[in-house]
Design a protein around this ligand. Sequence first.
Ligand code: 6GU
Length: 455
Amino acid sequence: MRIDLVSIFPDYFAALDLSLMGKAREAGLVDVAVHDLRKWTEDRHRTVDDTPYGGGAGMVMRPDVWGRALDEVLDHPLPAADEGGAPPRRVLAVPTAAGVPLTQRMAEDLTGADQIVVACGRYEGIDQRVTDHYRSREYEVVEYSIGDYVLNGGEVAALVLVEAVVRLLDGVVGNPASVVEESHSAEGLLEHPAYTKPRSWRGLEVPGVLLSGNHRRIQDWRRDRSLVRTAHRRPDMLDRLDPNGLDVHDREILAGAGQVVRPRRARIRIRLARPDEAAAVATLAARTFPAACPPHLPRQAVEDFISENLTEEVFAQLLAEPRDNRILLVHEDLPGATEPIGYTFTALGGAHAMPTEMVRPGKIEMGAAYLSKCYVDEDWRGSGIAGALLERAVADVATRGRNSQVVLGTNVGNGRAIRFYRRHGFKVVSRRKFIVGGVVNLDEVLVRNITATQR
Ligand code: 6GU
């Protein structure tokens, strides 16, 4: 590949003699030439710019000087490409803050060019007719930007383009896998964080999973970290992700980081309910409870249960005791107040704590936290919100430090819920009766231990 850099500051490109770029040039993988634009001026002062037509601040680079320069540089013979008979692919790249964003896709595409000429403007840019002219002469012309900020000239952006393209050429980067596994590669996620020796540094430890030697676990952990990083730093990248490429675990991780991709893109927030939110919780509780009941349960029984147990008064009482009763809410993160779309209620102790008849020595201990409610509106089925909410509720129990287990009951016929809890580390250990509006139902009782790392 031939690269020509045209600039009034050719010294900027001394950096191309260094490191990987220098080696690529020595190895003959790329032939780089740097040109001083003033070589193509014809006046005593070697003028390259003039005042803008139409007025305004700054100076504009003259098309006549650029035209002479680019005619000559774009005419450079390219012997290697000419052998096949096909005309060489010559690309004119013009860095400008007003350009299209430079992407990894563009860099990959440009590895197929035979020649890239980068025309570096200064001042307020280059007369528009220059790119118009070469485009009309059937050159590929790309006016590109390297980010949403303004530079004094295109030289730094030219270095960026050259490095992004040349490192992708065969034989430049020693290990081709390191080009595949990085941020902005095919996966569409940012890369996971990396760690090396020493294991312990200034009181900070390398995450234990990376020392486990369990490659499956390491892979899974790294993917989770990629998802969380992308959600926090580049949520815009999630818009371009194929939601079908994300499994339910991926969606739960993203929801935990506040980003939802299915059934539609949304931002969510999970937080502790405030004492004044009893009415909102009661409305949500009444709306979501029926879906957890078996189909044969009489409607009246369900309604009786709701009007006895899921009232504003009941939730107001719970919210008045935040040390014992933990209510988490999920909201869509939109400007202005929105109704919650999901909630959990966990009793850590006190009046609503786990019923003593649920104790099973060796399995369910006295003083386990009791996850009494975990509901998300049906519209958000498959979003990952429920999993994120459940994990947040368990983490909340762990942070409070009072309980070493979380226990819950769910109807024996509710296979979906049972599979959900098992996927989240809960184990079925026994059964219990659960009375809904006077009708006796049978629940599976599931328990999850809170591990040392969670506490
Ligand atoms: Cl490519 N050029 C200039 N002058 N400013 C920029 C840029 C390019 N990309 C972002 N800002």
